[in-house]
Design a protein around this ligand. Structure first.
Ligand SMILES: [Zn+2]
Length: 63
């Protein structure tokens, strides 16, 4: 889980939060995670652009 990571540059695109963090080895990672209950969409990406694109194109089943 991502609960104890330190997120930076957190933005919200629709129901999806995009954030940048450093993994345990100091590498920059980017995550897109839907905040809708029971959606469960959460994916890590190597680039911020990919994470933001995923957030923008996410079609949430829960509305
Ligand atoms: Zn969703």
């Amino acid at each position: 889980m991502t609960a104890n990571r330190r997120f930076r540059r957190v933005v919200r695109i629709g129901p999806v939060q995009v954030a940048t963090y450093y993994d345990g080895r100091g590498r920059e990672k980017h995550t897109a995670a839907c905040t809708a209950p029971r959606c469960g969409f959460a994916t890590d990406y190597d680039s911020r652009a990919a994470a933001e694109l995923a957030a923008r194109t996410h079609r949430c089943r829960v509305r």
